[in-house]
Ligand binder design. Structure first.
Ligand SMILES: Nc1ncnc2c1ncn2[C@@H]1O[C@H](COP(=O)(O)OP(=O)(O)OP(=O)(O)O)[C@@H](O)[C@H]1O
Length: 469
């Protein structure tokens, strides 16, 4: 059955009627002005054609200041009236901050009898938001929840996402699978960028807790004053700015799931005592509360430092260290498992090229060779960053060592034209020649040595000398 078309009432004001006063005996703009807390109208080019006295007061504009004809965006940079003009559609209820006061605003297009948009008008209906308090409270609560959700890092990775064929990676995966079954506290030890967070997510994913939440928090990124409320939550009224219902901490948010404490060595000593109670008693006490709450979380902690040494120096609680160190798992640096580099590169290049929608770029043989020779202080994260850089910098169809930043840490050659120490000058010239030769040969050390007329061994020795400078 064909439904009859329902005519929607047009939601706009007819400008001709408005300006000719046909809508009322009173001047139409005066009528509008009396209905609300302020109103402003613009023409089709977004210039002000009228403003009510109350609106002037609201934005602190003197009565005699001439504003007619001025582009509205010069006066109110955040105005939404241009949008209404463009779309020809009204916005009925919007919140807008004018002079630090929240206002409820309604905006309507002004149309002529043919329906052509000739301008737009904005009405401020409320400046006292007390009557809207419940709506406002709900808005604030939802906004805060959203912010908290953003802080919760969802478990996006499974153990299969850990790339590598080396015996080290295979063993790491086996250890992680066993840890996932055991539900005990795990301590991940490894340099920056070795994949500690990735592994923590993988363990959560493979555990019976995978229906719960994975909550990650980086202790190094939190100011000390916020650690307690962030981790343990805060009772209502614990300090100003806390919601009526109090605030949940990360431990509560991870209830039933896994809490990942990254850079645990940075945790302040006072908080270490509270964390110990979580591990021993499985209970927490929110900031400003004297009530204990039971929690069921699995803790995975991680550090790139030496926790044992911190214990010996009195900077980390020994009892907490032993509680965390139940199942330590070491993640080897990339330089100890270089055989994983080709596979990692293949996966990463595919991802980068897919995401950036750029044509496929391969690595030249010399670039591959350089990747295997480099020491990778930033580990897998650095590998990813260098490949991303390579994809951006490559000029031809393949990525050269220079595109990966291979020669960045060779010192810059800056020759002083004035006579100076002969030894220094010779060294600088030598550095320049080495850098130039490597760049010309795309990083191929044998070719560079040939070009310079020295042996490969001498080239290595000179390079070492340059880096030491
Ligand atoms: N074996 C791997 N396979 C695939 N990607 C990896 C691997 N290891 C690390 N990565 C990637 O490298 C980046 C760094 O990993 P992650 O953040 O887990 O390291 P981290 O050890 O927690 O670093 P930090 O100590 O600096 O926080 C991430 O993008 C991660 O996905």
């Amino acid at each position: 059955m064909i439904k009859p078309k329902v005519q929607q009432p047009e939601q706009h004001i007819c400008l001709d009627e408005l300006l000719s006063g046909q809508t009322s005996k009173q001047h139409p703009f005066e009528l509008l002005s009396s209905l609300c807390e302020g109103a402003i109208a613009v023409d089709s080019s977004c210039r002000i054609i009228w403003m009510s006295p109350k609106y002037r007061q609201l934005i602190n504009i003197a009565e005699d200041e001439a504003l007619i004809g001025m582009p509205i965006e010069e006066l109110l940079p955040n105005t939404q009236l241009p949008r209404v003009l463009k779309s020809g559609k009204p916005t009925f209820v919007d919140l807008m901050q004018i002079n630090n006061r929240w206002c409820v605003v309604t905006r309507m297009p002004l149309k002529d009898n043919d329906g052509t948009v000739m301008g737009a008008i904005s009405f401020i209906f409320y400046t006292d938001l007390e009557s809207l308090r419940p709506l406002f409270d709900k808005f604030t609560r939802l906004k805060r929840q959203l912010e908290q959700q953003k802080l919760i890092r969802p478990s996006r990775y499974a153990l299969d996402d850990l790339i590598g064929q080396s015996a080290i990676i295979q063993q790491l995966k086996r250890q992680a699978r066993r840890a996932a079954l055991l539900d005990t506290t795990v301590l991940l030890l490894g340099e920056t960028g070795t994949g500690k967070e990735l592994l923590a997510q993988g363990i959560h994913h493979a555990s019976h807790r995978n229906g719960g939440t994975f909550v990650g928090i980086n202790m190094a990124a939190l100011p000390e004053s916020l650690v307690e409320a962030e981790l343990f939550g805060a009772a209502p009224g614990a300090y100003t700015g806390i919601d009526k219902g109090g605030r949940k901490g990360k431990i509560q948010l991870a209830n039933g799931g896994t809490l990942f404490l990254d850079e645990i060595a940075e945790m302040p000593l006072t908080m270490q005592a509270k964390l110990l109670r979580v591990l021993q008693e499985r209970e927490i006490e929110a900031l400003g509360s004297n009530r204990l709450e039971q929690v069921d979380v699995r803790i995975i902690a991680a550090t790139s430092g030496n926790l044992k040494q911190l214990v010996d120096e009195g900077k980390f609680r020994a009892d907490l260290y032993y509680r965390l160190n139940v199942l330590p798992i070491r993640l080897a640096p990339l330089r100890e498992r270089k055989e994983d580099i080709p596979l990692l590169c293949a996966h990463m290049l595919e991802n980068i090229q897919q995401q950036a929608q750029v044509p496929a770029l391969a690595l030249t043989d010399t670039a591959q060779q350089w990747l295997l020779e480099y020491s990778w202080p930033g580990n897998v994260r650095e590998l990813h960053n260098r490949l991303e850089r390579g994809c951006v910098m490559a000029e031809g169809t393949a990525i050269e060592p220079a595109d990966l930043g291979a020669f960045d840490d060779l010192p810059r050659v800056d020759l002083n034209p004035l006579p100076t120490n002969l030894h220094e000058t010779r060294l600088k010239l030598e550095q320049g020649a080495l850098k130039e030769a490597l760049q010309q040969t795309g990083g191929n050390k044998s070719s560079a040595a040939k070009l310079l007329g020295i042996s490969r061994a001498t080239l290595y020795e000179r390079l070492k000398k340059c880096k030491g400078k």
